[in-house]
Design a protein around this ligand. Structure first.
Ligand code: KG4
Ligand code: ZN
Length: 351
């Protein structure tokens, strides 16, 4: 395949229906559309896979045309069609992948099967201030240290080059986004609770309540279930606590834990470039704590803009295009969806 420049991508791994067109050579997002299905799932307190896949199917035709129209191009200008094929909810992935494969066949363009986590991992390269990171990583082949914080993952990863990921530490129980969502439930906040906790915390006192810092076997690992239990026990003992103080104290504890582990990983690896990615990276208290750590360690720090922290198709288009440009495996029309697909497995498909 000649190297694709304009990649159109579809993301439907969970409850965001998203399409985007990205110029991979210039790392520019030409247009993107995101439809968040919060309202559909809100009455159930979590994502209902059946509802998610139906909503994806209903929205994809319009969102695809809308993105193309916004970018001011026609399907003829597009070089390849990408879609998230995993990890995620099977029925939701099937809708996006099948839609994308059908488009690819109809247009006679290549189909690129993409890993959602790899999309998050490479998303900081789409940030406006990413030029120094892109130069060191893409031109000089210098690795970067990635703190990946989503609803399902909490990991410190060394990114050596596209397709090469080494996990330094992971959570041994809940993911950090999951902890935000569970604590949000305890505080009667709507799902997903991360943004609601951040908003509530803004009016609270972050040092009002001392919460534990759970111990981990791996010094670069994480644990959040004890923290969530501590919040629940505190609420039981102090039902009249100001919820804003509890939200602020929880958020502060999480930010401190993530910043400490990142500092330790910088020391261990000698990394000169640090990035954060994933839905929880939208949290400003966490970003601020990481900025401080990186300033102290004299590393660069790159975070995606807020819209690229949570699920989006621009990161999928970019990851797909970058893999193709580097001659890495990008699947085919017969690639099936993979509800589980760890980032480390990407190296196995390197040609
Ligand atoms: O990356 P993402 O959109 O989806 C996954 O791939 O999991 O991450 C979703 C997670 C949810 O747990 C949500 O509560 C959390 O990201 N999140 C936040 C914020 N925005 C989203 N957590 C803390 N603060 C936020 N502002
Ligand atoms: Zn995600």
């Amino acid at each position: 395949m000649s190297q694709p420049r304009l990649v159109f991508a579809i993301e439907t791994s969970c409850d965001e229906t998203a399409t985007a067109l990205v110029d991979v050579s210039t790392r520019r997002i030409l247009a993107q559309s995101i439809y968040s299905q919060y309202a559909e799932h809100a009455p159930y307190g979590g994502v209902v896979p059946e509802l998610a896949s139906r909503a994806h199917l209903e929205r994809l035709p319009y969102l695809s045309e809308h993105t193309l129209h916004q970018a001011g191009v026609t399907w003829n200008n597009v070089d390849a069609i990408a879609a998230t094929v995993g990890p995620g909810l099977t029925t939701a992935l099937v809708v996006g992948a099948t839609f994308a494969k059908t488009l690819a066949v109809g247009l006679g363009k290549p189909f690129l099967a993409t890993n959602h986590i790899e999309g998050h991992a490479l998303s900081p390269l789409l940030a406006e201030n990413s030029a120094p990171l892109a130069q060191s990583f893409l031109d000089n082949q210098e690795p970067y240290l990635l703190l990946l914080v989503t609803g399902g993952h909490t990991q410190l990863i060394q990114v050596a080059k596209p397709g090469h990921y080494t996990t330094l530490g992971s959570t041994q129980d809940d993911a950090v986004g999951e902890a935000f969502d569970k604590v949000g439930k305890l505080l009667n906040l709507p799902h997903p609770a991360g943004p609601a906790i951040e908003k509530l915390a803004a009016t609270g006192n972050a040092s009002a309540i001392q919460l534990p810092h759970p111990k981990t076997e791996n010094p670069l690992g994480f644990s959040f279930s004890g923290l969530k239990t501590a919040v629940r026990e505190y609420l039981t003992k102090h039902p009249d606590v100001n919820p804003a103080d509890l939200a602020a104290s929880f958020q502060h504890t999480v930010a401190t834990l993530l910043a400490r582990k990142t500092a330790a990983a910088i020391q261990t690896t000698g990394s000169r470039h640090v990035v954060v990615a994933g839905g929880v990276a939208a949290n400003k208290a966490i970003r601020a704590a990481l900025v401080q750590v990186c300033e102290q360690a004299c590393t660069t720090f790159t975070a995606p803009p807020l819209i690229l922290c949570t699920d989006n198709a621009a990161m999928i288009a970019y990851a797909a295009g970058l893999r193709a440009q580097h001659g890495l495996e990008t699947g085919s029309l017969s690639t099936r969806v993979l509800p589980r697909w760890p980032l480390e497995d990407m190296a196995k498909s390197v040609q």
